[in-house]
Design a binder for this molecule. Sequence first.
Ligand code: FES
Length: 172
Amino acid sequence: MKANEKLNAQHAKNGLAGFKVELWNYEGERGALIPLLQAAQDTYGYIPESAIDQISEIVGLPAAEIYGVITFYSQFRLKPLGKYLIKICDGTACHVNGSERIADTIEDELQVSGNDTTEDGLFTLQKVACLGCCSLSPVIMINDETYGRLTPKKVQQLLKEYKIKAQNPQTA
Ligand code: FES
């Protein structure tokens, strides 16, 4: 089991009781929606449908309205974290040095946009502020590895390597 899968499983195992307590604490409070969504995401690593149903009952809002709130805030995810979490730096230095083109390339290559997980569950994108290595800008991180001075071409090659790695569990 790899880092993000482990993280997802661990979230669900360790946080379940905590999430239930949050639900009891907030019963009947509409203003509790955001804290409860945060608690669900902390627990599961994303916000599953079952949690939305529970939250809907507690705060007295229809599930459709809750989906609207989730999709409005980029911090919330409706799918589990992928095997590879790609953090795309959107800090000033990276921005000046073309992080937007890097982000567009990744989104095109993976057919996913914003903060989302690919259909095959391999990659999750996350736009973040400064990753702390501005001299290497534009920078991304894939799980714990940092990649700097990127160009669209380099990033295409990198994604190709990760896809190959994913097909070969010995090296993934
Ligand atoms: S702005 Fe991207 S690493 Fe600092």
